[in-house]
Design a protein around this ligand. Structure first.
Ligand SMILES: *Cc1c(COP(=O)(O)O)cnc(C)c1O
Length: 478
């Protein structure tokens, strides 16, 4: 394939769109420019390959395909069957999983599928059995009452939000927090690490139906073998949400005790974070949960997105190539270089470092809230997001942390030397920023002072850092 093919493909696509609604074509073009020019350190974002992006832009979007491969509720699904089966096969082979369900539209949806599958598998309920055999219309009011009573009040034990857990692990803004009686495990205040003895103790006291492992903002490896032993000791189903670190599992950076797939009964993930696929989700599970997982649509999911499943098949095929393992290792090398660069300059990091793709800076060391630091960095061309730190005194809105991650910059080809320069830029901005005051003189958690000339200078340095590593180098829309 000529490199020119990518340029031609995207240019032609924009030309076709422009003829209908030029403002959409312009926005797509502007998004490429913005992504090319910003130093993207958002730990949950990445850049999918042109092949992955192109696999989504076609008539697969026109198909309804409720059901599973070979068992559809709509006619004419033979080509959807091909791509869904391919995506599932690549996922099984890549992760060594017994079963893969590639229909979830996002990570949150994948978790809903998993929760439902575990409830349906584990909770003895005649009303539920009726619902499972698709006799939902036959359920009486009494059946519904029994269902609500039996399915609610089930228990979930997951990682606390401020220690890096995710909203979908039983917290109030998500349905999981309303469905489940939830308790969480935190981290050791001294080390910032998961204390497995405390998790075991909480499990013994609470006796959860589901023990959840996985996180969005914990910068260390998790020992999934130990968590599985804890789950087994109390008869819980062990679920791991690897949304953030699926790429490190795929790339065999996390193996043995740190690979969730052989240890968990059920594993959920996004496909667009470190895994570098299209925006979407996926569930992997052991054979006994496969039938329940496959009922995800229409139980809790809308109709499958065949165009996204096609893109998942492409991205998973890419992740099976040997150079993906090299990519995954470079993600971690870069995160460690970034952490070392920050520590050497005096930054305070949660757990004192990282062994995955992300670093959590405790910006109280700079006298700032997460919100002030996030905005000051953004003014300086550095895109990050604020995040709670364990026992955060500033709560979940203002926070005391900045989460940074390396999957995206590693895709662009930046290496450890550039990570040290990135640490310098971040440290410069945070030391030069001061907390602002409200009109009445009281300290503000949002306002801050930063010399605009310094912000501009750092933004230019950030652009210089990116210049040798163009994003989508073969794509020229001009
Ligand atoms: C990002 C994330 C999700 C949600 O993924 P969406 O695709 O945004 O729905 C779920 N769980 C964890 C642990 C995540 O980090």
């Amino acid at each position: 394939m000529s490199r020119n093919a990518e340029s031609t493909a995207f240019r032609s696509a924009l030309e076709v769109i422009r003829a209908v609604e030029p403002r959409v074509a312009d926005a797509i073009g502007a998004e490429l420019t913005d992504q090319r020019e910003s130093l993207k350190l958002i730990a949950s974002e990445n850049y999918a390959s042109p092949a992955t992006l192109l696999a989504m832009g076609n008539w697969f979007s026109d198909k309804y395909a409720e059901g599973t491969v070979g068992r559809r509720f709509y006619a004419g699904c033979q080509n959807v069957d091909t791509v869904e089966a391919l995506a599932a096969e690549h996922a099984r082979e890549l992760f060594g999983a017994a079963h893969a369900y590639v229909q979830p539209h996002s990570g949150i949806d994948a978790n809903l599928v998993a929760f439902w599958a575990v409830l349906a598998d584990r909770v003895e309920s005649p009303a539920l059995k009726k619902a499972q055999v698709r006799q939902v219309n036959d359920l009486t009011e009494a059946d519904w009452f029994a269902l609500r009573r039996e399915l609610g009040n089930q228990r979930m034990l997951g990682m606390s939000l401020d220690a890096g857990g995710h909203l979908t692990h039983g917290f109030r803004p998500n349905i999981s927090g309303k469905m489940f009686d939830q308790r969480s495990y935190g981290t050791d205040p001294a080390t910032g690490l998961i204390d497995y003895d405390r998790v075991a103790e909480a499990a013994r006291e609470f006796k959860p139906l589901i023990l959840v492992g996985g996180y969005s903002a914990y910068p260390r490896k998790v020992n999934f073998r130990i968590l599985r032993e804890i789950a087994d000791s109390v008869g819980a189903t062990f679920m791991v949400d690897m949304a953030h670190f699926a790429g490190l599992v795929a790339g065999k950076v996390f193996t043995g005790d740190f690979d969730p797939v052989p240890h968990a009964h059920i594993v959920t993930t996004t496909t667009h974070k470190s895994l570098r696929g299209p925006r979407g989700g996926m569930v992997l599970c052991q054979p006994e949960l496969a039938d329940q997982v496959d009922r995800g649509c229409p139980m809790v999911l809308g109709g499958p997105l065949p165009h996204v499943m096609a893109a998942k098949a492409v991205a998973l095929a890419e992740a099976r190539r040997p150079n993906f393992a090299d990519y995954a290792q470079r993600i971690v090398d870069n995160a460690q270089a970034l952490a070392e660069g920050l520590l050497r300059r005096g930054a305070k990091l949660v757990t004192g470092g990282t062994d995955n793709h992300l670093v959590l800076i405790d910006v109280s060391g700079y006298g700032l809230t997460g919100r002030q630091a996030e905005q000051a960095l953004l003014d300086s061309g550095i895109v990050t997001n604020r995040n709670s730190v364990p026992q955060d005194p500033n709560g979940a809105w203002y926070t005391s942390g900045i989460r940074i991650g390396t999957p995206a910059l590693t895709t662009r080809g930046l290496g450890t030397a550039e990570m040290d320069q990135t640490a310098e830029l971040i440290h410069t901005v945070l030391t030069q920023t001061t907390a602002g005051a409200n009109a009445d003189g009281t300290p503000s958690k949002a306002k801050y002072n930063l010399d605009p000339a310094l912000a501009d200078k750092v933004a230019r340095q950030a652009t210089d850092l990116l210049a040798p590593h163009p994003l989508y180098p073969a794509i020229d829309l001009a």
